[in-house]
Design a protein around this ligand. Structure first.
Ligand code: 13P
Length: 261
């Protein structure tokens, strides 16, 4: 198992109205309120963040957003600032998700600016990286992913880098039911850690690296048993509070087994 405190983050994507989010929070919290072995995060749509702030206050569940602007404030129609996220008690923000890159044209340069801004504001960025199927079949997956990490992070100080979370999400495994094998996930998370070591030396050992792509209650334990996989970013399987709670409990059981609780 990894040496870092595990992180299990749900990414709801563009699902859930305010009332659905509130109902979810009530059932989910009831199920996970005693989980202390890992960090739990819910990354909700913007409109659900304020109601969730109230529901999750003083609970074990942290709140995250799914995107953010690189600008502080001003004439940026449709954008949301870091300050606005802090205002609704967000502590995490997903940046550079493959859906933002592929469907909305986000570039590595924009993502780098967003990461810098989130860190300056005191938010923890969850930087997503990952290759598509063509790149994997050409044997260039590691090169692509390490390149994305370098482009997003190379202007950061060691102090800033040590406040990051990285998520490796192979695009071919997102929403497809195809999970990368735990060996594939380990291999790429280790490659990402090598890139981090180039950027920040031994401090790279402290950065949580998550895997994302068809993670479910049934496969989380195997993934978490790998030394460089520190948790998961979960899409579809985070949408139902009881199944997501089961996934969280299965992850907590891996930690408990290793530390002998
Ligand atoms: P799925 O878990 O639905 O494959 O989505 C993964 C993902 O994109 C999380 O950010």
């Amino acid at each position: 198992m990894a040496k870092r405190r595990p992180v299990i983050a749900g990414n709801w994507k563009m699902f859930k109205t305010v009332s659905e989010a509130e109902n979810y929070a009530v059932s989910f919290l009831e199920e996970v309120k005693d989980v202390t072995e890992l960090d739990i995060i819910l990354c909700a749509p913007f409109t659900a963040l304020y109601p969730l702030k109230n529901e999750l206050e003083e609970s074990v569940v942290h709140l995250g957003a799914q995107n953010m602007s690189w600008a502080d404030q001003g004439a940026y129609t449709g954008e949301i600032s870091a300050q606005m996220l802090l205002d609704v008690a967000c502590t995490y923000v997903i940046l550079g998700h493959s859906e933002r890159r592929e469907l909305f044209g986000e570039t590595d340069q924009e993502i780098a600016k967003k990461v810098k801004k989130a860190l300056a504001a005191g938010l923890t960025p969850i930087l997503c990286v990952g290759e598509n199927l063509n790149v994997r079949e050409e044997g260039k997956a590691a090169e692509r992913v390490q390149g994305q990490v370098t482009l997003a992070l190379s202007s950061l100080s060691t102090e800033e880098l040590s406040r990051m979370v990285i998520a490796y999400e192979p695009i071919w495994a997102i929403g497809t039911g195809k999970t990368a094998s735990s060996k594939d996930a380990q291999e790429m998370c280790a490659a990402i850690r090598n890139t981090l070591t180039d950027l920040m030396g031994l401090n790279a050992e402290k950065v949580p690296i998550l895997y994302g792509g068809s993670v479910k209650a049934e496969n989380i334990a195997e993934l978490l048993n790998e030394p460089d996989v520190d948790g998961a970013l979960v899409g579809g399987a985070s949408l139902d509070p009881l199944s997501f709670a089961k996934l969280v409990h299965n992850a907590a059981a891996v930690v408990a087994r290793v530390v002998g609780i």
